[in-house]
Design a protein around this ligand. Structure first.
Ligand code: FE2
Length: 244
């Protein structure tokens, strides 16, 4: 069995199209999406069109998907998108579950218990993602029975095995390779180090799961122009270089 894992598209239709073309070449049995589909300064309606036709088997709700339905929860990224959310998009977002199970896979946006925390990564004030302490990672995985656990949210790809063999994979972000956190978390900068769209594939061979991370280059010029038009300076920088 082969599964493609998408996450954190954030309205970047061109990045999504490039990833889907790469996904098709690998002929997966299923595609899953870990949420944060739209929020940001880019083209959320086109992203919705592309995503609707992508044949995704399961999608979980990201913190930004939740915020688009709740004005009290919106941050600057959600406010840039809110006026472009159609009734159809709103109805679809309202159907998304916080977590899902597909075969031997557990899907969540950030951690099994919430959509904004960190699971396999820890961040310090320099914004650099580091692997979290094993005890912290295991504690958050305690209630999950599946062999493979999938999370996004950080926009930085990472995968690891727990000592019991279970696999945890964060595929990174398709559409947003870096960001500056909103206050009150201050000026923490998080970035992947590549402008390419990031996703993962999982393969089960002989009962064992393995994962691969993929970086897909695409023409970032149109997305950079959209970000510039909305004065989203951190987006312009991250889309152009992957660094902040
Ligand atoms: Fe995100």
């Amino acid at each position: 069995m082969r599964v493609a894992v998408l996450s954190d598209i954030h309205g970047n239709a061109d990045a999504l199209l490039a990833v889907l073309a790469d996904v098709r070449r690998r002929s997966p049995d299923a595609i899953v999406n870990l949420g944060d589909c739209f929020s940001g300064p880019l083209d959320i309606q086109r992203t919705h069109e592309v995503l609707s036709g992508a044949g995704v088997t399961a999608t979980v709700r990201g913190n930004h998907d939740r915020a688009l339905l709740d004005p009290a929860a919106m941050d600057s990224w959600d406010r840039m998108s809110a006026l472009e959310v159609t009734a159809e998009m709103r109805d679809w977002l309202a159907t998304l579950p916080a977590t899902a199970v597909l075969d031997e896979l557990f899907l969540c946006h950030a951690t099994p218990l919430n959509d904004t925390g960190y699971w396999i990564d820890a961040y310090t004030d320099d914004g650099i993602a580091r692997r979290a302490e094993l005890a912290v990672i295991e504690a958050k995985a305690a209630g999950v029975a599946q062999k493979v656990m999938l999370c996004g949210h950080t926009h930085v790809a990472r995968m690891l095995n727990l000592p019991d063999g279970r696999l945890i994979v964060n595929p990174g972000s398709i559409g947003s390779p870096g960001y500056v956190d909103d206050p009150p978390r201050g000026t923490r900068r998080v970035f992947s180090g590549s402008p390419a769209a990031s996703y993962a594939t999982l393969d089960r061979i002989g009962g064992r799961w393995s994962a691969a991370l993929h970086l897909v280059p695409y023409d970032t010029g149109p997305a950079i122009a959209l970000a510039r038009a909305k004065c989203a300076d951190d987006w312009v920088e991250a889309l152009a270089t992957g660094w902040l």
